[in-house]
Ligand binder design. Sequence first.
Ligand SMILES: [Zn+2]
Length: 78
Amino acid sequence: MKCSEFLVMLDEVIDESIAAETRAEIETHLRKCGHCEVVLDTTRKTIEIYRCHEIYELPIDVSLRLHDAIMERCKKAQ
Ligand SMILES: [Zn+2]
């Protein structure tokens, strides 16, 4: 699995709506790739903060900015 493949699935990873075999691939990738581990952790925390404030969906501009920032970091990491 590549970082870009992981990032495409990030939403599903957080929702835990991924198949067991995909999850295993992701876990293998995360053990090797500290970058994606941080991305997942940061995104999870960001979503938790929003949920604490009872906003169940990220505002679209926040979501887009977060995604852009992640993609930008990912490009630099490769
Ligand atoms: Zn990665």
